[in-house]
Design a protein around this ligand. Structure first.
Ligand code: HEC
Length: 123
């Protein structure tokens, strides 16, 4: 029987990746200045989401590591549109395939949260 489906591999990869990421420890931070404006995204939720996967490539607080770009300190609208672009599977740079894989599972809410967190993130 011929039933090879390369597409079926991606969810599997992601599952194992997230399963690994979720086993990480939870940061117990005491930041009372966190904003929770729904439209602007939730900074604290964004930070938690960031630490699950993004930190592995973009480094602490999005400051960038080697060939992985710095992504903190940018306008919320810029970060959002970049993540939406990757989520749509659009290539923008030489290594977009990595980012497309990372952005595919993001919800609108997660994108808003991440963009809000990254705007003022500092290590
Ligand atoms: C596997 C490594 C990796 C992971 C994990 C990763 N990224 Fe990226 N990211 C990259 C690379 C590589 C690029 C540049 C891609 C290109 O060439 O288009 C990039 C680009 C970006 C950009 C665009 C930067 C710019 O100004 O052009 C944003 C925003 C971004 N990543 C956010 C995130 C967020 C948020 C997460 C977590 C959901 C994340 N990344 C996870 C590797 C990664």
């Amino acid at each position: 029987m011929k039933s090879s489906s390369p597409k079926a591999l991606l969810p599997l990869l992601l599952l194992s990746y997230f399963g690994y990421a979720f086993s990480g420890n939870t940061p117990a931070e005491d930041d009372t200045s966190t904003t929770t404006d729904a439209l602007a995204g939730n900074i604290q939720a964004g930070e938690e989401r960031y630490k699950k996967t993004c930190v592995n490539c973009h480094g602490a607080a999005g400051k960038g590591v080697a060939s992985y770009p710095k992504i903190s300190g940018k306008e919320i609208s810029y970060t959002k549109s970049m993540l939406e672009t990757y989520r749509n599977g659009v290539k923008v740079g030489p290594n977009s395939s990595l980012m497309i894989m990372m952005a595919k599972p993001l919800t609108d809410e997660e994108i808003a949260d991440l963009a809000a967190y990254l705007k003022d993130a500092s290590p």
